[in-house]
Ligand binder design. Structure first.
Ligand SMILES: [Zn+2]
Ligand SMILES: [Zn+2]
Length: 335
C-alpha cells in the first residue's frame, strides 16, 4: 500500500463533513465522511474516526493483510458523520480480524451498539400503507406531525437503524476507555484532549512516535478573533498541537460564511473558518496544516478556491511558510 515503510504514515479515506457527498462535483476532493489511517513504524494500523470512508479502507486492509487485519479505531465523537461507516467496516465482521475501538468517551460502546441495534419500532407494511391502515401508529403519531417525529427519531442515538447488532460482528472486537496518555500496544503513543469547541464535546487525538507528532483536532470551532487574539479553546489547541509535524483540523467555512455575509451566520455551529485555522497552525508552529471536514455544499471548484485562499493567507498575511493542504481522499502524509 505504501511506497516505503520508514516512518509513521497516514492517509485520508474520508474528508467530508456532516454527510457523504458522492457525485461528479465532489470527485476530486472526495465525498466520504471522516476517516484517517495512520500506520506506525511497527506496521500497526490506527484509524481515526469511522465515517463512511472507513468502508473502502476496510476492503483495502482485508486485501493487504489477506483477511487477518489488526486495527485500532479511535473515535472523536459520536456525531453520525464520524461513526456511520462502522457497520460497513468489513474487518469488524471477519473472524480472522482483531479490532480495538478506543475513545475518551466512556459511553462509546453503548453508542456504537445503539447504531447497530435492531429497532424495536413497528413499521407499516406497504400493504397497510396503501390501504390507509395506520393502526400500528399510536394516536399521538397520527395526530401529530409524524414526519417530524421520524426525523427526530433518526437523530436519536438510542434508536437503531441497522439490522445486525454489534455482538454479532465476528472479529475479536474490544472497546476500550482511553487513558489520558497511553502507548497502545506495539506502536504509537496516543493521547487525547477533550474540548467543548463543538456541540456535544469532542476528543482530539495526538499520535506520537519518537519525536514525531500527528495531531487530529477533529471537529473544532475557533474562539479567537484574529492572530494573537485567541480564546481559551484556541490557546489549549495551540499548546496541544505545538510543533506537530502534521496538524489536521476542520475548517468548513469561508470567513464570509462564518460571519453570515454569505448565507446564515455559522458562528456556534461547531466548525472553523479557514483564516482562523491558519492562525492556529502558525501559532502552534506546526510543520504542515491539513484542512478537512469539507462543507457538503462545497464543490471541487469551491474547495480549490478556498485552498488557494488559505495558502495565500498563510504566506502573505501571516508571513508563514507553513504548507497548507486541503485534504483529499487517497492523499497520503508522511511524518
Ligand atoms: Zn463532523
Ligand atoms: Zn461533529
Amino acid at each position: 500500500m505504501w511506497a516505503r515503510r520508514c516512518c509513521m504514515k497516514s492517509k485520508f479515506w474520508g474528508v467530508r463533513g456532516s454527510i457523504p457527498t458522492p457525485g461528479r462535483s465532489t470527485i476530486d476532493y472526495g465525498g466520504n465522511t471522516t476517516c484517517i489511517e495512520v500506520v506506525a513504524d511497527s506496521g500497526d494500523v490506527y484509524i481515526l474516526d469511522a465515517g463512511s470512508g472507513i468502508r473502502e479502507l476496510g476492503f483495502n486492509l482485508m486485501a493487504l493483510y489477506q483477511g487477518k487485519v489488526a486495527a485500532k479505531v479511535f473515535i472523536t465523537h459520536d456525531h453520525w458523520d464520524h461513526i456511520q461507516g462502522f457497520p460497513f467496516f468489513v474487518p469488524a465482521w471477519a473472524p480472522g480480524c482483531k479490532v480495538d475501538v478506543y475513545s475518551g468517551d466512556k459511553d462509546m460502546h453503548r453508542k456504537l451498539n445503539s447504531q447497530n441495534k435492531q429497532s424495536e419500532t413497528s413499521f407499516l407494511t406497504l400493504e397497510q400503507i396503501t390501504k390507509g391502515d395506520t393502526a400500528i401508529l399510536s394516536k399521538d403519531d397520527v395526530r401529530s406531525n409524524h414526519t417530524k417525529s421520524v426525523f427526530e427519531g433518526q437523530q436519536d442515538v438510542d434508536r437503531g437503524y441497522f439490522p445486525v447488532p454489534v455482538k454479532f460482528m465476528g472479529s475479536q472486537l474490544t472497546f476500550h476507555d482511553l487513558k489520558e496518555y497511553q502507548v497502545v500496544q506495539n506502536g504509537l503513543g496516543v493521547s487525547y484532549m477533550y474540548h467543548s469547541a463543538h456541540p456535544g464535546g469532542m476528543f482530539s487525538y495526538k499520535l506520537e512516535e519518537g519525536e514525531r507528532k500527528l495531531v487530529f483536532a477533529g471537529d473544532y470551532e475557533h474562539d479567537g478573533s484574529g492572530y494573537g487574539q485567541f480564546g481559551e479553546n484556541d490557546k489549549r489547541m495551540i499548546e496541544w498541537a505545538k510543533d506537530a509535524e502534521i496538524f489536521i483540523i476542520d475548517a468548513q467555512y469561508t470567513p464570509e460564511q462564518y460571519e453570515g455575509k454569505a448565507g446564515p451566520p455559522r458562528k456556534g455551529w461547531g466548525h472553523s473558518q479557514i483564516e482562523r485555522v491558519c492562525e492556529l497552525a502558525a501559532a502552534a508552529n506546526v510543520k504542515h496544516l491539513y484542512v478537512t471536514h469539507h462543507e457538503p455544499t462545497h464543490t471541487d471548484a469551491t474547495l480549490a478556491k478556498m485552498e488557494q485562499r488559505a495558502k495565500d493567507y498563510m504566506a502573505n498575511v501571516l508571513k508563514s511558510d507553513i504548507p497548507v493542504t486541503f485534504a483529499r481522499e487517497g492523499m497520503e502524509m508522511h511524518v
